[in-house]
Design a protein around this ligand. Structure first.
Ligand SMILES: Nc1ncnc2c1ncn2[C@@H]1O[C@H](COP(=O)(O)OP(=O)(O)OP(=O)(O)O)[C@@H](O)[C@H]1O
Ligand SMILES: [Mg+2]
Length: 255
């Protein structure tokens, strides 16, 4: 399964979800590759890669100058990372000149490692790089924070996905699910918005809610996943529960 984590809205927990969901699935025995597609390189930095060591990155792979296998770092036995770098800004411009949207898809096919999951951490806008991700993906997951206009934002997100798939005459991309992130019940409107989202979205929403949790915000500063930083944190339990739902939806089997 190649899962794109996308939402064109910024700061909704895409990267936190990509990193900790990947880590949770590894804890459960899966072999996971996380591909960082954001020029900010948040996922790569969160996993402890030094800023000076981000290259060669996915930018060079998409530009065609290095093979995909040469950029993959073995973060642990189960968790591998393809880092991003600022080079993606240039790559995005190059991709705008070149109509081939399948570069990432082809690059992933060259990998020999048998991954159970490949996660694509998308940037917070619909760029050419996001387009590459949506063409390569076999399904997508949308993290959303329960705030004012959350539903409207989701509708925009789904139409962007469909527009890209239609433009390239690809079959529809299945939605694996929508994950509520940074849920904060201290904010009075949260309960109302969560209820509204559950009514409107039904089964599309994962049952698990990722609450606001200090450990989740702190772990990236130490280059660690939440499980490495504090496995007993509520944020770790939440991503563990979400991983069980993701694995169930992906494989149809309980985990
Ligand atoms: N559940 C949470 N509790 C507390 N802080 C969180 C939580 N999830 C994410 N954060 C923090 O919120 C900020 C934004 O999260 P994150 O980087 O995962 O979002 P993003 O959607 O990937 O952002 P961008 O659109 O910039 O790529 C980060 O500082 C992160 O540490
Ligand atoms: Mg991000």
């Amino acid at each position: 399964m190649i899962l794109a984590l996308m939402n064109h809205k910024g700061g909704v927990g895409k990267t936190t979800t990509a990193v900790n969901l990947a880590a949770a699935l590894c804890e459960g025995g899966a072999h996971v590759l996380l591909v960082d597609l954001d020029q900010q390189a948040s996922a790569s930095l969160s996993l402890g890669i030094d800023r000076e060591e981000l290259t060669p990155s996915i930018a060079e792979v998409l530009s065609g100058s290095v093979p995909m296998s040469s950029i993959v770092r073995k973060r642990s036995d189960g968790l591998h990372l393809a880092p991003a770098s600022m080079g993606l800004i240039q790559t995005d411009l190059e991709l705008a000149q070149d109509a081939d949207p399948h570069r990432l898809r082809h690059a992933l096919k060259t990998l020999d490692e048998p991954y159970d999951f490949i996660f694509l951490d998308c940037p917070p806008s619909i760029t050419r790089v996001t387009e590459q991700a949506l063409v390569a993906a076999t399904s997508f997951l949308v993290p959303v924070t329960p705030q004012h206009l959350a539903l409207e934002g989701l509708v925009g997100c789904f139409s962007a996905v469909e527009e890209i798939r239609e433009r390239h005459v690809l079959k529809a991309l299945p939605l694996l699910g929508i994950a509520l992130t940074m849920v904060d019940y201290r904010i009075r409107s949260t309960s109302h918005i969560v209820r509204e989202l559950r009514n409107k979205l039904g089964e599309k929403l994962f049952k698990t809610e990722i609450r606001v949790n200090v450990t989740l915000a702190e772990a990236p500063r130490y280059g660690k996943t939440v499980f490495e930083h504090s496995a007993s944190a509520t944020g770790a339990q939440a991503y563990w529960d979400l991983a069980a739902e993701v694995a169930q939806r992906a494989t149809g089997e309980a985990w």
